[in-house]
Design a protein around this ligand. Structure first.
Ligand code: NDP
Length: 492
């Protein structure tokens, strides 16, 4: 098993604790790599390196154009390494190789896009209302950014943070998930190859409480960019509040995929399946509630069951596999718990509802694609994020009712609408309380389009021009050009 090291100040270092932990392959349930167990001392070293790089190093002296060029060069290097990185991610988190290849081939775009944006960060000249004064704004970086990422799409979600943070001129300390740190550590080598000065990007691996908390509360960290569950997010927010730190939170969801009776049903069936069974449901944007217009409810459910039954489970490294394992054992148990809860609540299990004991599933943590009907909007299975291949189907009669059910959770990350009516497409996309609304498609993201949550699904936006603002602060500069000193005892 390869014993990895962490990246601090441009050096590959061992953890101060002298301890490593095993990273487990979810398909074989066997350990395959050793990850450094970082702690507060490592965080202190990493933040000191990032602070030095921000204030004293070459990084600060680079022009914005040169900074952008570094990001674009990194994008090119990632593109060349994408197949190898995808294989590491699949081995580490069990997501399909087809999905991870797609993600890794797309990750360079964040570095190209934000690299291009780096020298377009402009202030404004304000035609100020005070005579004889020149007033303008500067958009400045924040300093050291802490990036904390989950296990489900490790490098994609890191790119969403690192690319705008670096384009804006910040430096970064990144803590990947304990369950998917290997790709982060291999990815770390690419910064050096691209020519980033030492200390601009640092990677400290380890557990949330041992690395995440000292990082968030460190006095020299200016901002936290976090993706994870909403309970952890709440805790992270409280810790950050103590230091009045800036924060971006990308949290969970309970997204509704709403199918009207005027929809193209072939497309809608595929859309609902892709919303919940792609990525084995381990995606924040999972369309885990399908709201089906009552006139087509039974017909739709039958077609959905027919398609879901064909899902091929198995080794995620096999390109033909469609549903892979659950990434971690605790998550596997959580998914099975929710299935039990749904059954106890009286939901009707129409498909799956058990661990998958198929020979092709090896000794991995597999759960059968599961579909419940008879779900009431208030049931826990319809309110809480499962993060697994479990779909709740809820019928509705009117547009009004669909909106009420869709908006009736604490979350607001995404929603899908399936209709051929342009009026419905527009009114639903206005009325749904979600950071992303897809109409006649689902699970599309782009480096160009802002992504984030309403309500308990998060704060701030990643991707698109909006994202760069999350890593900047505005300074207002006043210059007297008239030379007439005003009354010193009165506000000017
Ligand atoms: P967690 O919230 O458990 O963990 C996310 C990250 O936070 C991990 O790096 C974790 O470290 C770290 N962490 C855990 N505890 C603390 C702590 N006390 N202080 C600081 N950091 C901590 O999420 P998961 O990894 O389980 O990922 C799944 C969740 O992520 C889902 O709820 C999903 O909805 C959400 N998600 C949201 C997305 C979005 O963009 N909105 C996208 C993808 C996922 P460690 O691994 O060591 O516990």
């Amino acid at each position: 098993m390869k014993k990895h090291r962490m990246l601090i100040g441009g050096q590959w270092v061992e953890p101060a604790s002298g301890a490593w932990f095993e990273s487990v392959n979810p398909f074989t349930a066997a350990p395959w790599a050793l990850v450094p167990r970082g702690g507060k001392d490592d965080v202190d070293r990493a933040v000191a390196a990032a602070k030095a790089a921000f204030y004293d190093g070459e990084w600060r002296k680079l022009t914005a154009t040169a900074r952008g060029a570094l990001l674009r060069r990194l994008g090119d290097i990632i593109a060349a390494e994408a197949p190898a990185l995808a294989e590491i991610e699949t081995t580490d988190n069990g997501k399909l190789i087809a999905e991870m290849r797609g993600q890794l081939n797309y990750v360079p775009q964040w570095f190209h896009y934000f690299g291009g944006l780096a020298d377009k960060i402009e202030g404004r000249v304000i035609p100020i209302d005070k005579p004889g004064v020149f007033n303008f704004t500067r958009e400045e970086p924040l300093g050291v950014v802490a990036a904390i990422t989950p296990w489900n799409s490790p490098l994609l979600l890191a790119a969403w943070k690192l690319a705008p943070a670096l384009a804006a001129g910040n430096t970064v300390v990144w803590k990947p998930s304990e369950f998917s740190s290997v790709s982060a550590l291999v990815f770390g080598e690419l910064f050096e190859r691209a020519g980033f000065p030492p200390g601009v990007v640092n990677i400290v691996t380890g557990y949330g409480n041992e690395v995440g908390e000292p990082l968030i509360t460190h006095g020299d960290v200016a901002k936290i960019a976090f993706t994870g569950g909403d309970r952890t997010g709440e805790h992270v927010y409280q810790l950050a509040a103590r230091g009045i730190k800036r924060i971006t939170l990308e949290l969970g969801g309970k997204s509704a995929n709403i199918v009207f009776d005027d929809a193209d049903l072939d497309e809608a069936v595929k859309g609902v399946v892709s919303g919940i069974f792609a990525a084995t449901g381990q995606t924040c944007i999972a369309g885990s509630r399908a709201l089906i217009h009552r006139p087509i409810h039974e017909k739709f459910v039958e077609r959905l069951l027919a398609l879901a039954r064909t899902a091929r489970m198995g080794n995620p490294l096999d390109a033909a596999t469609q549903v892979g394992p659950i990434t971690t054992r605790p998550q596997y148990e959580k998914v099975l718990d929710y299935i039990r809860i749904a059954k106890d609540e009286g939901a009707v299990c129409r498909l799956g509802g058990t661990p998958a004991n198929r020979p092709e599933c090896g000794s991995g943590w597999f759960v059968e694609p599961t579909i419940f009907t008879g779900v009431q909007p208030g049931m826990r299975i319809a309110q809480e994020e499962v993060f697994g291949p479990v779909l709740s189907i809820i019928p509705f009669d009117t547009e009004e009712e669909a909106v009420r059910i869709a908006n009736g959770t604490v979350y607001g990350l995404a929603a899908g609408v399936w209709t051929t009516s342009i009026r419905r497409a527009l009114t639903m996309s206005e009325r749904l309380e979600a950071g992303t609304v897809w109409v006649n498609t689902y699970r599309a993201v782009s480096y160009m389009s802002p992504f984030g949550g309403y309500k308990r699904s998060g704060i701030g936006r990643e991707s698109g021009i909006e994202a760069i603002r999350e890593y900047l602060q505005t300074k207002s500069v006043w210059i007297d050009i008239a030379g007439n000193a005003p009354n010193p005892f009165v506000m000017r």
